[in-house]
Design a protein around this ligand. Sequence first.
Ligand SMILES: [Zn+2]
Ligand SMILES: [Zn+2]
Length: 387
Amino acid sequence: MRAWQVVTPGPMGTGPLRAAELPVPEPGPGQVRLRVDACGVCRTDLHLAEGDLVPHRPRTVPGHEVVGRIDAIGPGVALAADADGATPPSAEPGAEGPRSAAGADIGGGLGSGAGVGVGGGAGVGVGVGVGPRGVRLGDRLGVAWLGSTDGTCVYCARGAENLCPASTYTGWDVDGGYAEYVCVRADYAYRLPAGYSDAELAPLLCAGIVGYRALRRAELPPGGRLGIYGFGASAHLAAQVAIAQGARVHVLTRSARARALALELGAASATGAYGAPPEPLDAAVLFAPVGDLVPVALAALDRGGTLSVAGIHLSDIPPLVYADHLFQERDLRSTTANTRADGAEFLAIAAEHRLAVTVSPYPLAAADQALGDLAADRVTGAAVLLP
Ligand SMILES: [Zn+2]
Ligand SMILES: [Zn+2]
């Protein structure tokens, strides 16, 4: 199969990614193999290619926003009741209607957790992706950053599997979706909402889910005033969720094109990244990987406000002045990956509120160009690789 590997991490101009012809992988126990229909290009892939994130193994295939259809099922994976492993591809089952995210809190089915069947108590259908209960060939599934956890540590036990020290990540510890096929743990894959194309679904799987977790960690009160710093793939999805839930959203970003998109999507205001929002903020999310913006965003918070940093990588934060940036109980928080419950909640919201997903498609053969464009801020919305 055709695939891309991170060979020599470094600036995109030095060609850190190389195209390769690899054997089609065989699904191991608990895994399914997907034929990849779309794979989003995330900033984290860029951090891996450029060496901001240290490689966990040589020649890894990046890509962790994968939409694909099952074409092989490994041992130990539960089959759908009417599947014998050889059924023809089927449409998304109509019975599995999306369900409200209400009540699907962290730990709502994850706490007890080890391995296959985690979350079995939830009794819910599509989108609640703590492992598709019973699969068949041809099922469309999504693959995200969190590839596996041990299910047994103190963090997993309290529903914080995103903090599991033994976790593995798609496209970092195991090969990801910049390829024609990928093998994944079935219980870490997601059912996907109907009404979106494969290309539109791909960015939901990291940009969408992690942005959603960052938004939740900002603890925006109902009807509150939210600042969003940076307006790329993740931010433009989180903003729509916040607006759908009644927030007044102020976007602060350097790109004039992104400011125009923000206003189009319903933001109350859009201004430069270092500008001031028109009113104090109850909460803010920093999506730009720019540490210089931390004190700027903290200073824009009202008393008791929270700044949530969304990225996996951030340039250095300059010294903070306690009185200006933190006193009056302002909080500064990071976001680390996501739990499967976060993913399920976000995909359920996406099923209920049709999110506008801005996609820039690239052929798989142009993955290096897509990452180069992302590095140079030439991508509008989310870049997505199509086979
Ligand atoms: Zn764990
Ligand atoms: Zn990502």
